[in-house]
Design a protein around this ligand. Structure first.
Ligand code: FAD
Length: 258
């Protein structure tokens, strides 16, 4: 299988760097082909801006969505964007690995998503009608591919438990897992999260690698998070709210998981 690991940490000798090296080796040993987009090493440009298309008039009003659509259709995207899209097309599974920074992904990775997920590539695809509101949330360009987050946090597991002060980790990761991965069609596996990184020593590092290795070995037979599909009846269209009889009394993120 082809696996793309998109990795965001500025220090190769970090815990994240060591976990990334371990993951790449484990996947290769299992016979997979691996590509790594090491965003800091690539000096990835995080900010979406007019220079992302190569043929625009400097004085034209910049509309980020439309510009992205036109550049994608005309083949005038910045080459760094097109290269990452090719990697996504090639991949059977995508792993996003990052330290949790301010309750989200590092800006450089957010910028990868913003720029690589072009209009027509990751969104704005499929028919929009009163029965089908675009190919998204269970359908889309990434359908058939799997995705998984590998995340490290300074906070303890209890800080991210259902009543923990930081909010439940599944809620914090929801915009990434549901919004950035499920939306364009990925099947999203439960995340691999390493908490309380300040308390890492050789023994814990070794057991963490063992657990991560197991998750990588199981990449193809782990059940994905059962997010609800948009176009198969759970939601009214075009309001895109859950029908009253679906998960009555459940609100917020949890309602969108079967
Ligand atoms: P490192 O700092 O590189 O290492 C962590 C520990 O692991 C160290 O003790 C190190 O000695 C040890 N280690 C490293 N490599 C190995 C190895 N090969 N073998 C054994 N031990 C090793 N945390 C939150 O919970 N929520 C937040 O919102 C949040 N926001 C943040 C925002 C910013 C801007 C920053 C800088 C940090 C934030 N943090 C937050 C903390 C952050 O998530 C952790 O610092 C990060 O996850 C640790 O990962 P690292 O790769 O940087 O670890």
């Amino acid at each position: 299988m082809n696996i793309l690991l998109v990795y965001a940490h500025p220090e190769p000798k970090s815990l994240n760097g060591a976990l990334k090296d371990f993951a790449v080796q484990r996947l290769k040993d299992a016979g997979h082909t691996v590509q790594v987009s090491d965003l800091y090493a690539m000096n990835w440009k995080a900010a979406l801006d007019p220079s992302d298309s190569t043929d625009r008039h400097a004085d034209a009003r910049f509309n980020p969505s439309l510009e992205s659509k036109h550049a994608f259709e005309r083949g005038t995207q910045s080459p760094d964007i097109a290269r990452e899209q090719d990697k996504l097309r090639w991949a059977d599974a995508v792993i996003l690995q990052f330290p949790l920074w301010w309750f989200s992904m590092p800006a450089i990775l957010k910028g990868w998503v913003e720029r690589v997920y072009a209009y027509g590539f990751a969104y704005g695809v499929g028919e929009h009608s009163d029965r089908h509101w675009g190919d998204r949330y269970g359908e889309g360009s990434m359908a058939g591919k799997r995705a998984m987050l590998v995340v490290t946090t300074g906070g303890w597991e209890s800080h991210y438990s259902p009543r923990g002060i930081n909010g439940p980790i599944n809620d914090i990761l929801f915009p990434i897992q549901h919004g950035m991965l499920y939306y364009p069609g990925f099947e999203v596996l439960p995340p691999f999260v390493v908490h309380r990184t300040g308390r890492m020593d050789e023994a814990r590092f070794s057991s963490t690698c063992e657990a991560l290795g197991q998750r990588l070995d199981d990449l193809w037979n782990t059940a994905p998070i059962p997010f609800r599909r948009q176009n198969t009846g759970d939601y009214t269209i075009p309001e895109l709210t859950l029908r009253d009889e679906i998960a009555p009394g459940r609100y917020g993120y949890a309602a969108h998981v079967e």
